[in-house]
Write a protein that binds this ligand. Structure first.
Ligand code: SF4
Length: 538
């Protein structure tokens, strides 16, 4: 199938012969039906101008070639009261925010600034990039690194939180700066940027950690890197055999759609499978310029998702979220996550209750296509990762029957099979590769029997109460679990909680047999996968 960009489609449409109004088909010279006379067409029909966001008077004289050049956009970013006052009527609180000491970096591309309503202090574009005085107010629970990313980095800039994937921070620079940025502790600071030596440390960690199959490039914004640097990182990752997919998280298509050139997407598509998550918070950010950038990425075969942050006064409304997700899917972007705003310095006044997020999902689920509904998540303070939160649809249950409700309040029952055999799949399951997740099997591990419990740190010590070893507590055998298949019960499979451990390091397989840490279960067909624990030198 031939794929054409919007621009090519516009040009092709313009080049097609005009049809008589209402005919629904091209004129047929062999037709005997009299045709209405057409004006002479000595000149080809000019291509319609590309749809553009209206440009403020401040930049009316800038030639299109400059305006459309991403380098020009970056070089002419606005960041001071004087520059911004030429464009918008700043409020006293905005002036306070812009002149504050120790504020998070301000820089706004002329393109993104052109989306701001100059007369509306509540403009959702403006609120995202222009600081307010209250931004520096401390709040209960605030942290510098609320997701403990730096704590969970085996090497600088590489966060390895989940079993099979990592976050690779490759720059601290962005095209413009969001006031609620989760990584404001480093983002915007050129002095905190990552060196070539640190890239090498990140890549070296990945080469020796075969359990990682998915790398997310973020920052800062990876699309602000020099093209050669970004290509070096992409090609180095592609050379690592066990890395299956590369993802890029970027707000550049939104702040600087001019960066998504044909040449740039030609480079990206050499490194497939490559996915991209953009970051749009409000429907007003979806302009003709962004649509064209997304069109290029989609035609280059890059699957697109969107991550947005739930922000008070910007998008904490069911109607705004519905309009946003509908506009996204029209642009072939799948709404992926809706984040609860993090407990991060500077973001206090953007935070909503979690109840608001649940209300938004309630207002979307069933009311629009499932395809358009993001997963609402709270990124766990302290570094637990994303926790999905949603309305409760399962109302009650009894053996053999579950009571559920739908979005309309319709309540129904689902009769469960009484003869369901969960082990009928076992022979096929044994043929599928199992990826072990040492120390991270979690609640799924409790269900499969890999671990018998998850204990808080210090649990056993607290319950010993500094007591003595006596006749009733001196045998570990009484706490060993019985297994019907006769597999030996070995409490050493679950080591006692140690500092930093959740006590869930056991690697007992679903059948109760102990598995060595760092190795996949050997399949009967001889296949096996080796997945050493994080940080292993294997
Ligand atoms: S684009 Fe992302 S990394 Fe950059 S300031 Fe915005 S939220 Fe932070």
């Amino acid at each position: 199938m031939e794929h054409r960009t919007i621009k090519q489609q516009e040009e092709a449409l313009a080049a097609e012969p005009a049809e008589p109004p209402g005919s629904g088909r091209a004129p047929d010279s062999t037709s005997t039906i009299p045709q209405p006379s057409l004006p002479p067409t000595t000149e080809p029909t000019p291509a319609p101008p590309q749809a553009r966001t209206p440009r403020p008077a401040l930049w009316a004289d800038v030639p299109d070639e400059q305006w459309d050049d991403w380098r020009w956009q970056l070089a002419h970013r606005l960041n001071s009261v004087e520059e911004l006052a030429q464009l918008i009527h700043l409020t006293p609180e905005e002036i306070e925010g812009l002149t504050a000491e120790n504020k998070f970096r301000v820089d706004i591309t002329p393109y993104f600034a052109s989306l701001i309503d100059p007369d509306d202090p509540r403009c959702p574009i403006r609120r995202q990039v222009i600081p307010l005085g209250r931004e520096l107010q401390a709040f209960e629970g605030m942290m510098e690194d609320s997701l403990a990313e730096d704590k969970h980095s085996p090497v600088p800039g590489l966060v390895h939180r989940y079993p099979d994937r990592v976050l690779m921070l490759v720059t601290t620079q962005c095209a413009s700066y969001c006031r609620y940025c989760t990584r404001s502790r480093i983002v915007g600071n050129p002095g905190a940027n990552f060196s070539r030596a640190e890239f090498e440390l990140q890549l070296d960690y990945l080469r020796r950690t075969p359990q990682v199959r998915d790398v997310l490039l973020s920052g800062g914004d990876p699309l602000t890197l020099a093209p050669k640097t970004l290509e070096y990182i992409l090609s180095s990752l592609r050379a690592i055999e066990h890395i299956e997919i590369i993802r890029i998280g970027s707000r550049v298509p939104v702040f600087l759609p001019q960066r998504i050139t044909d040449e740039f997407v030609d480079m990206l598509k050499q490194y497939h499978p490559l996915w991209m998550n953009i970051h749009v918070n409000h429907p007003k950010e979806i302009t003709p310029e962004l649509s064209r950038a997304l069109d290029k990425l989609a035609f280059a075969g890059v699957p697109l998702g969107n991550q947005s942050v739930l922000l008070a006064g910007i998008n904490d409304s069911v109607n705004i979220q519905r309009e946003l997700v509908h506009k996204l899917v029209r642009n072939r972007v799948r709404p992926y996550y809706l984040y609860q705003c993090d407990l991060v310095k500077g973001a206090g006044h953007f935070r909503t209750t979690i109840a608001k997020g649940i209300e938004i999902i309630e207002g979307l689920r069933g009311h629009t296509s499932g395809y358009a509904i993001p997963t609402y998540v709270v990124d766990a303070p302290g570094g637990g990762g994303k926790i999905p939160v949603m309305p409760q649809y399962l109302i009650s249950q009894a053996p053999g029957r579950v009571v559920l409700r739908n979005y309309e309040g319709y309540i129904t029952t689902y009769d469960e099979p009484l003869d369901y055999d969960p082990h009928a799949i076992d022979h096929l399951d044994r043929q599928a590769a199992e990826r072990l997740e040492p120390g991270q099997v979690g609640v799924a591990g409790l269900l499969t029997g890999k671990i018998p419990f998850i204990k808080p740190e210090g649990f056993d010590e607290i319950h010993r109460r500094n007591g003595i070893q006596h006749r009733l507590n001196n045998s570990e055998a009484k706490w060993q679990r019985f297994h019907m298949d006769g597999a030996p019960s070995d409490p050493s499979a679950v080591p006692p909680a140690s500092p930093g451990s959740n006590g869930a390091n056991g690697t007992r397989a679903a059948n109760g047999r102990k598995q060595p840490n760092g190795h996949a279960r050997k399949k009967p067909n001889g296949s096996s996968k080796t997945t050493p624990p994080a940080g292993s030198n294997e």
